[in-house]
Design a protein around this ligand. Structure first.
Ligand code: NAD
Length: 245
């Protein structure tokens, strides 16, 4: 039986690479995205079709409890269960703290952290009925070591680490595993927006001397969702070329 796999922010970057990796097992794939044009999401769906698969794509704001509630009820109506949730959707709103608006703080925390609560809440309820399931949350190295201009982002990503460990303890007896990946500096649209000088500065501090590829994070997410990691829960796996050890 195909697994029902839900990936938030699944339409580009790390989320898209994860979706493509999952195709190996022919899942029932559900992608959630928000800030993209029809053209962009159709591009992702074409990539999936070119590989001989189909996926459903829902344009939903995962920071909204109500939107997530109705999304999960649609998914459950269509598929009957959820086997895998990858909480990957995320944004940046970089500013020094003294220039950060209340809106920069609130919106970022809602999209990056409240979304993880929203989606996990409805997924776990469904997974508990099956007494199985896997959740992988996408944190960041910045949640561990901090970064100038990213107080809001670092707080959200450190929050994800604490959330992961707490939920892992709560649901382990129900056969559900919850882990996180903490990527370092990965080549996606999120980082392509940075000025060249800032990129060079980051790269010079990475022992492996290069940015990571989305596929390199996807490999670890996929492994965390599979039997190969069956005795792992509550862990944060760093995928960062040695940037933080
Ligand atoms: P990206 O900008 O390429 O993709 C972000 C995805 O999130 C898109 O699919 C977008 O539609 C979705 N999204 C944004 N807001 C949303 C909302 N409100 N509701 C639903 N979906 C929403 O980003 P990426 O670089 O692939 O990052 C993916 C995750 O990895 C993020 O959580 C990010 O913080 C994290 N991360 C990225 C890096 C990096 O260097 N790129 C490093 C560490 C962690």
């Amino acid at each position: 039986m195909s697994r029902v796999v839900v990936i938030t922010g699944g339409s580009k970057g790390i989320g898209r690479a994860t979706a493509l990796k999952f195709l190996e097992e022919r899942p029932d794939l559900v992608l959630v995205y928000y800030d993209q044009t029809e053209e962009e999401i159709n591009g992702t769906l074409s990539m999936i079709r070119e590989r001989g698969h189909e996926a459903e794509a829902y344009k939903r704001d995962v920071s909204s409890y109500r939107e997530v509630e109705s999304l999960f009820s649609e998914i459950l109506k269509a598929h009957g269960r959820i086997d895998v949730l990858v909480n990957n959707a995320g944004i940046t709103r970089d500013r020094l703290l003294v220039r950060m608006s209340e809106e920069d703080w609130d919106r970022l925390l809602e999209v990056n952290l409240k979304s993880v609560f929203n989606c996990s809440y409805f997924a776990v309820k469904a997974m508990m009925k099956e007494r199985s399931g896997v959740i992988v949350n996408v944190s960041s190295v910045v949640g561990q070591i901090g970064n100038v201009g990213q107080c809001n982002y670092a707080a959200s990503k450190a929050g994800i680490m604490g959330f992961t460990k707490s939920l892992a303890r709560e649901v382990a007896p129900r056969g559900i595993r919850v882990n996180a990946v903490a990527p370092g500096f990965i080549d996606t649209e999120m980082t392509q927006a940075l000025p060249e000088k800032v990129k060079e500065m980051f790269i010079s501090s990475i022992p492996m001397g290069r940015m990571g590829r989305p596929e390199e994070v996807a490999e670890v997410i996929y492994w965390l969702c599979g039997e190969g990691s069956s005795y792992l829960t509550g862990q944060v796996i760093h995928v960062n070329g040695g940037l933080y050890m």
